[in-house]
Write a protein of this length. Sequence first.
Length: 512
Amino acid sequence: MATINILIIDDETDVCNFFRRLLKYKGYEVTTATNEPQAIQALEDNNFQVALVDLKLPDTDGLTLLSLIKSRQPECEVIIMTGYSTIKTAVSAMQQGAYEYVEKPFEEISEIEELIDRAVAYGTSRQQGNQSEEEWAEVADSVGFKVGNSLAMRRTVSLAYKIAKKNINVLIQGKTGTGKEVMARFIHAASNRADQSFIAVNCGALPENLLDSELFGHEKGAFTGGHRTRRGIFELANHGTLLLDEIGDASPLIQVKLLRVLETGEFMRVGGETPIKTNVRVIAATNVDLEKAIDEKTFREDLYYRLNVVKVEIPSLEERREDISQLAEFFAKQLNPNLSLAPATLERLNGYSWPGNIRELANCMRRAIVLCNDDVIQPNHLGERLGSRNEESSLSAAPNDVAQLPENPPQSLENFWEKYGNEEVLEAMSPGELHQMWHSLRGLEKTLTSIMARKNMLPPSHQGLKDSEKETIQEALEQHRWNITETAKSLGIARNTLHRKIKKYNLRFKES
């Protein structure tokens, strides 16, 4: 077995000696350096698979050394060592090519060993010319996340994967329709909280008083109609992940309350007097330029810095045009695996600017599938004006809307619902395909509800809190196959509470 050389650069001799003992015991060759000249000399004398670099040194800094190492030994994987106060700089280092970062003081030695071993394996594989699958590929597939091949997107996902296991808040920024919620679900699935709840709430979809109750819950009698105590999302998401979508639309009052939760880890229900502790990882998402909103005094600067420990910026579809064909085929096959896209169709898709981004592309493919009566999607199935100035204008005006169906849908629309209403077809789909189907239907439901509200129509699914709770519990029970322990855990309630709810709502197991 070839010798594995590891370079430690830290001005504290105790840290250097710690790693020397730890890594020599594991069979690695260790070289230490306490300043820049020693580091340069070490790089001239040896080839290293991994380097651990302190972010702050008396005569230089970690970013300078990262650049130096990558210029001289590009295949050497660099792990940045940092204190909490410099996490943003450490993340910047990862964006510039660092493999990972680790916080000082070191607490879990086993985690450091595992990180170094992973970096060694990855660096050794690259030096041998092996192009192995990305570390995040399996997680992405599990949540139905089609990443594509564009370098910008893959770097973004790689960063998201690496910070997923860190217990820090994340701000996801991107234009409407770029897939911010899918990215949040990916981060949750890659985190140490993956077996806990993931809850998403749209801060711009509810009025202030309702959002307050939604986030923090309320005590019985807190307001008219509050006939019982209700737990809020911060309680339900305890130990899990909470996505605050469209955070830029949160009202000033809600911003103040969110800031307090993030600072103290405590909140109070509406009408309550006792603080409640919560341990939740917050991911915020927005298509608003929050720095501009701060200048305009519509968003709190202190809240921004609490949320923006790490920023993940998702590129628009225009910035990753090489992924359009792959994504279009992916969406088409999610709904009908037998369909293919004609070359002229791909050309038309690639020639369009996609102001509504991936959401618009997905909706376009849904419409095409409805209109397609054979196994090949032709350009006319996309809509006659796709790619023209008029079409771009009409689509960009409402990028959140589902692509319009014809007034007289063809027989294939009935066939579509008939097919995917068949349990055998759904059983044959992969986990990733099922996740994508679920997200698509959830998105369709939200869009329909929004359109019906604009037309002053009350959706048939409009429910009171009691009906909503009953339906939520029923769905959770079915999802966990009536496993009471797992269901209670996913809902964030005790087993005996769940038993009471089942009895209260007279819920029954349904044979599939």
